[in-house]
Ligand binder design. Structure first.
Ligand SMILES: [Zn+2]
Length: 266
């Protein structure tokens, strides 16, 4: 059902010659980070997003997602702060961000910080393990659409206590819009905007929408990607769709999500 395409590992992708979101060629464009810099994203696409689309993605969901409880906790824990002028950032060593096929490259994650900031922040990271994206309904058995699980991971490597944990958790749809954008921009970087029919997800990303869970969902039957990479992205195919597996924080055992980026072209 899944197929990993052979991909080269690259840090910077060349300009697609147009904005990857609105496809306009006549506007000034800037670098697009596939995974946000605030999450230690290192891959960029040169000259890939126009000012108007950047404003839309930033204001409609990206900033909201980065400041949501789930990502705020991990950013704080990892001392990942958005670069601000005059703000001296502490260097931290993290596993390399990686994309492609895990057969060839394995990195061991470095040990986590000595002082896990426990007084300031719980070192427990919460994430949703979703049912598969609705567009894939025909490709997964009915029992895959049962429930949504909240996954707790201790960032300091200790096991999650058995006693009930009470967390006030806000996981907004904006988070999954960000995941959709990450999957789409990675697919475009690897396959180009002509490599698949991305018109539907582009409409979602620029107009926002209540149908983000048509495009973003859990990977059926896969609770962990067993990856030691900080973030992991892979292009696969499910039925007629091109799908990107987006596994943020994969080295912490966070389950991956799938983004349906569009239909394959014949
Ligand atoms: Zn644009």
């Amino acid at each position: 059902m899944h197929r990993s395409l052979e991909m080269a590992v690259r840090d910077a992708y060349p300009s697609p010659g147009k904005c990857i979101y609105c496809l306009r060629k006549d506007t000034a464009r800037t670098i697009e980070h596939i995974v946000p810099l605030a999450l230690n994203g290192t891959w960029i696409i040169h000259d890939a997003a126009c000012a108007e689309c950047r404003d839309k993605t930033n204001h409609r969901y990206e900033n909201k997602a980065l400041n949501s409880d789930s990502l705020r906790v991990i950013r704080k824990f990892l001392r990942l702060k958005r670069r601000r002028r005059g703000n001296d950032q502490k260097e931290i060593r993290l596993p390399p961000v990686w994309s492609g096929d895990s057969a060839n490259l394995i990195y061991a994650p470095p040990p986590l910080a000595e002082n896990p900031l426990e007084e300031e922040f719980p070192a427990i990271f919460a994430w949703l393990d979703l049912e598969p994206a609705r567009l894939l309904a025909a490709h997964y058995p009915p029992e895959s659409r049962e429930k949504i699980r909240v996954v707790f991971t201790r960032l300091d490597g200790r096991s999650v206590p058995d006693e009930p944990v009470s967390l006030r958790l806000q996981i907004p749809p904006a988070l999954f819009m960000l995941v959709a954008r990450i999957g789409y921009s990675y697919a475009v970087a690897e396959l180009s905007t002509d490599g698949f029919d991305g018109s539907e997800i582009r409409a979602l990303l620029s107009d926002g929408g209540e149908n983000v869970f048509d495009f973003v969902g859990g990977v059926y039957g896969l609770k962990s990607n067993n990856s030691s990479h900080f973030h992991d992205l892979k292009i696969t195919e499910v039925g007629e769709f091109v799908v990107v597996m987006v596994n943020l924080f994969s080295s912490y055992g966070i389950p991956p999500l799938e983004v349906i980026v569009g239909k394959r072209l014949k």
